[in-house]
Design a protein around this ligand. Sequence first.
Ligand code: SF4
Ligand code: SF4
Length: 201
Amino acid sequence: MYPETKKLSSREPVNMDQSDLGFAKQIGEVAGTDLNACLTCMSCSGGCPMYTYMDYGPHGIMRLSVLGLKKEALSSSTIWRCVGCHTCAAVCPMAIDIAGVMDYLRGECLKEKVQPGDRPILEFHRAFLWSVRRHGRCHKVELMGHHKLLTFGSGPKAWFQDAILGTRMILKGKLHLLPSRIMSRGLSQVRKTVVGDWLNM
Ligand code: SF4
Ligand code: SF4
């Protein structure tokens, strides 16, 4: 059994009293997809490259959403570990936009101030947006440094695990210590459009 699935199987059963049956409808309206059409065939999870690292997997998130188990869906690691590759949607016999649902649920997780199922990934998104807001494009060295600061609580091992690789990449010219910035007109445009609510939530 995969480690994430094993962790899940040792948890208390989900309390169905908290079910919000309007949740799937709400997702469907915003994400533009009908979750009630899901057959629970698991084709999405079978094709998902990140399934090993997820607790519920895409089919599980669909099921939780249809059952109205909002808290479980929003606090899952699945919605943060999804990389938005759309493989699931390509194999889904009911053409459900699963990546769109994951996107919506990540936003809801922040809006509802639910503890994210994988905080370091959220902090990585924030560090990326912060760098784009400053330069109009991502400065990778800054992104790494910022991400390490934001995830300081993960411990010294996490802090230094990429140090040797990073130094090698700098020496080979694959990473640049100084940022390059886009022209100021473009920069103000990027600041207006790229940086959403994620930096403020
Ligand atoms: S592939 Fe589509 S129909 Fe099958 S479980 Fe996933 S979302 Fe549901
Ligand atoms: S979009 Fe997300 S859930 Fe779908 S296959 Fe890719 S990683 Fe998995």
